[in-house]
Design a protein around this ligand. Structure first.
Ligand code: F0G
Length: 442
């Protein structure tokens, strides 16, 4: 089976070798796909193979990405695979969330339970494996924190030098701690993610450094497994809708590619709609769609969901394509909606980082506006772990979570406080049994 890189621009479609280090089309600078001449003629047989592998102890089968290798067949030498047994993430029924959003039932696929605590591990196992196949000595990325944590872990496992560009604005401390511990050279830049992204792209084009942001199409191959594994876990019963947060828009693009390939190959008979939710003041995709703009409408991003604080997402065209293929759409939610939804996800005993909560908040908004029917079978993908950004959670529960002030409030010298609707702060009590029992009402 052959794999090659193909430009996604319809009027270009240039193909290049899968061993090229190009991240964009050399003709037109369009985004690239890893494309295959699949030789799958009996999807039911492959589904049985996937199922059987769940009881195997081989390294490839233990990975919730490589277990599905027939659907991402670019690797020519499995001894080069770099895996930390990624994915294998649960799908939970979330009754309190369902009630909160107004659905009969809601399932949450928790990618935050990956080895480094986010869905990035799905993409890093394939991205770093490709770096290994190409013999790369240095890998790099710009990151809001999760990509860098994941890249650091996988590159450390592979013995490849890792350099990451993070910005000095609001990176979750859990994420920074991971990169430092995994031994990454961590360059902290002034400015925001978009600025870091621009610089890392320039450096990787000029020097022999392999870029592992989601513009790298091999990363997105691994992220397809989120969809494949979800469908396996549901015995291939296709949900009506899959809801995902939107930041740099690689993940939603990858979901679209997975769904299209599974449909074209006959694994599924309908396509779930991909619904992308952005933060209100970091919503370039939404703005672009509303304006029907052929070019991205960039924004100066502001959100406490720092993972998705991105105003110039590189993979936006793949996200648009995912929505076109699956009849999906994009929407946004406010900081207040994100914070409250996150608290409810916590009450279901699940928990997540703020960016992930855009999904539950977005579903609630779309049920209220009647875009989603209460009977719909919806799966939200939680992308990151609760422990990534503990400050946010503690501040919310202690009534001290502030969002960046709007311009109006800035002029008035006022701060913008998030209401802690579902606050559950610690209670200070004297070290005295009676006092404790009184507080507990016992
Ligand atoms: N959720 C989490 C927890 C993330 O870390 C990210 C992206 C997203 C959602 C958005 O996914 O970019 O594929 O649309 N984090 C990147 C990073 C940008 O650097 O860690 P996307």
């Amino acid at each position: 089976m052959s794999a090659y890189l193909k430009c996604i621009e319809k009027n270009c479609n240039k193909t290049i070798s899968s061993t090229s280090k190009a991240y964009v089309c050399p003709n037109c600078e369009g985004l690239l796909d890893v494309t295959y001449d699949f030789e799958i003629f009996d999807p039911e047989k492959i589904k049985q193979i996937f199922l059987k592998r769940r009881s195997s102890n081989s390294l490839l089968d233990l990975s919730g990405v490589w277990r599905y290798r027939e659907l991402l067949p670019f690797c020519t030498d499995f001894s080069k695979v770099v895996s930390i047994q990624e994915d294998n993430t649960p799908v939970y029924e979330a009754p309190r969330c369902a009630k909160y959003v107004g659905l009969k039932k809601l399932n949450l696929k928790h990618q935050g339970l990956n080895p480094t605590g986010s869905f990035k591990d799905n993409g890093m196992t394939t991205g770093v494996t490709q770096a290994n196949l190409l013999g790369s000595k240095i890998v790099a990325c710009a990151s809001t924190g999760n990509t860098s944590a994941s890249m650091a872990a996988y590159a450390a496992r592979a013995g490849i030098r890792e350099v990451m560009f993070i910005h000095d604005q609001q990176i979750g401390l859990g994420k920074l701690a991971q990169s430092l511990d995994y031994g990454a050279t961590t360059i902290q830049l002034e400015g925001d993610f978009d600025e870091s992204m621009r610089l890392v792209k320039e450096i990787t084009l000029e020097r022999d450094v392999y870029l592992l942001n989601s513009i790298n199409p091999f990363r997105l191959e691994g992220q397809k497994a989120i969809i494949i594994e979800l469908l396996c876990q549901q015995d291939w019963k296709v949900p009506d809708r899959i809801v995902v947060p939107g930041g740099n828009l690689g993940n939603s693009g990858s979901f679209g590619k997975a769904i299209k390939e599974l449909y074209d190959l006959g694994f599924i008979e309908k396509m779930p709609m991909v619904t992308i939710i952005q933060a209100q003041r970091a919503n370039p995709l939404y703005q672009t769609l509303i304006d029907r703009s052929p070019r991205l409408v960039k924004v100066e991003a502001q959100t406490l969901a720092t993972a998705i604080k991105i105003g110039n997402p590189v993979s936006w065209k793949k996200a648009v394509r995912a929505m076109e293929w699956t009849r999906g759409w994009c929407d946004f939610v406010s900081e207040q909606e994100i914070a409250d939804a996150k608290a409810i996800i916590g009450r279901d005993g699940i928990g997540c980082e703020p960016a992930s909560a855009t999904t539950v908040a977005g579903i609630r908004k779309l049920v209220q506006t009647k875009e989603i029917d209460p009977d719909e079978d919806v799966v939200a993908v939680l992308t990151g772990n609760l422990l990534k950004d503990p400050d946010y959670t503690v501040n919310y529960h202690q009534n001290s979570l502030y969002q960046e002030a709007t311009y109006r409030n800035e002029l008035l010298g006022k701060k913008d406080k998030i209401r802690s609707t579902f606050a559950n702060g610690p209670i200070k009590v004297r070290a005295d049994k009676e006092a404790i029992l009184k507080v507990l009402g016992l």
